[in-house]
Design a protein around this ligand. Structure first.
Ligand SMILES: Cc1cc2nc3c(=O)[nH]c(=O)nc-3n(C[C@H](O)[C@H](O)[C@H](O)COP(=O)(O)OP(=O)(O)OC[C@H]3O[C@@H](n4cnc5c(N)ncnc54)[C@H](O)[C@@H]3O)c2cc1C
Length: 361
């Protein structure tokens, strides 16, 4: 039986970055993914942004997440010879005088100068965009085209016989003294990166994952010229040739992946507040973000089986989080030591309750 170090279940952004970094570090790896068309990674806009828009403050952990991801994706796109990483600056349309004042206070702080520009665009800087109060510039932001990255890396995995397309059957895992057997291979470790699919995982379904529904639109607005993303309640992201992505809704009450009229109207109502050119909606998608209860992703080892691991709960921050967190995760693979704010040990009570039949609360 062929021996392999690590089996990874799921190749969204998590499984992609994880398998890539493991191979870089010399591990042998095999990946299984059933290519769900509307997985979070496949419908995400892939935007990263160092500012929390609601409070106009620096996002948590950004001082180390940002340099790590910029370095990682920059090198990876060279290695794969595909273009998926687009560093840029974004425009944040300010909605009222209070928000404008807040922007001016925040951008004057030393700790925010790398992320918020002091220049406010006050005129109508762009045909088609209504700019009533002013627009601040968010620096050091950008986009990772996640589907392009996933496809390019999957091609490499396939070429090196490290990928299988199809569903992973949890009940076919066999535990032996020499390792874990699955489909004629023997693995040292299995790492689950299934996004919201973790709720079907018999070893990790006790983790409190919130399925955070998001809907996005693609529009065609041939008269709108925009060279970078703009945000005012929703983002408007240029895709080229007059096409734009608009998103996203956040709905924690619904846990389905169905597109809704309500979601579409929410997005177009917000969009109509800041664009004044005609457009048509050409695509509408819905998906589920795998979010952790405290908004810090979940990494760690199973409490009773030290060959089984999980990496999940990236929430709305898959792009910016994955590279740094994967590095930390791999560092702890043998010692089982991870930063406590991400280690699943913090929710061990849910595992204990699941064994005694208590509900998550
Ligand atoms: C509408 C929307 C917009 C978003 N926009 C952004 C954004 O702009 N920027 C950002 O950073 N994040 C964004 N996100 C969040 C981001 O998409 C997630 O953080 C990230 O994609 C999660 O990645 P993942 O790899 O953990 O999970 P997923 O992307 O869900 O990947 C899991 C993979 O596991 C596979 N899988 C699951 N179970 C099995 C099984 N049993 N057998 C085989 N394969 C299996 C699935 O096929 C899938 O490919 C958005 C999410 C949504 C829904």
């Amino acid at each position: 039986m062929k021996k392999v170090d690590i089996l990874i279940i799921g190749q969204g952004i998590a499984g992609t970055v994880l398998s890539h970094q493991l191979i870089q570090k010399g591990y042998s790896v095999f990946v299984i993914d059933h290519k769900k068309v509307n997985s979070a990674s496949r419908i995400a806009a892939g935007v990263y942004n160092p500012i929390a828009y609601r409070k106009l403050k620096r996002a948590e952990f950004v001082e180390f997440l940002l340099p790590s991801m910029q370095d990682y994706y920059g090198k990876l796109q060279k290695e794969l010879n595909v273009s998926f990483f687009k560093p840029s600056s974004f425009l944040k349309l300010l909605t009222d005088i209070e928000e404008l004042n807040n922007w001016q206070i925040q951008c004057a702080k030393e700790s925010n100068t790398s992320y918020m520009s002091k220049t406010i665009f006050t005129s109508n800087f762009n045909h088609g965009i209504k700019n009533e109060i002013g627009a601040g510039q968010v620096l050091n932001s950008g986009v990772v085209k996640i589907p392009t990255l996933i496809e390019a890396w999957q091609k490499r995995l396939i070429e090196s016989h490290r990928f299988s397309s199809g569903p992973f059957n949890y009940s076919d895992l066999e535990f032996h003294t020499d390792g874990i057997h699955y489909s004629d291979m023997c693995y040292e470790k299995v790492i689950f990166t299934e996004g919201v699919g973790v709720s079907k995982n018999p070893w990790f379904n006790w983790l409190p994952i919130q399925k955070f529904k998001g809907e996005v639109l693609e529009i065609h607005a041939p008269n709108l010229e925009l060279d970078r993303m703009i945000n005012r309640g929703v983002f408007l992201l240029p895709l080229g040739n007059g096409y734009f992505k608009v998103g996203a809704t956040h709905d924690w009450r619904k846990v389905d992946e169905v597109i809704t009229t309500e979601g579409r109207l929410e997005l177009t109502d917000k969009l109509d507040k800041f664009i004044n050119v005609p457009y048509t909606v050409v695509k509408h998608e819905a998906g589920l973000r795998p979010a952790a209860r405290d908004r810090h992703p979940y990494i760690g080892v199973h409490p009773e089986n030290n060959r089984l691991f999980v990496f999940n709960g990236l929430g709305s921050k898959g792009v910016i989080m994955a590279p740094w967190l994967v590095t930390k995760f791999i560092e702890g693979l043998d010692s089982f030591e991870w930063p406590p704010e991400f280690d699943i040990k913090r929710y061990i009570r849910f595992f204990n309750d699941s064994n005694t039949g208590h509900e998550k609360n």
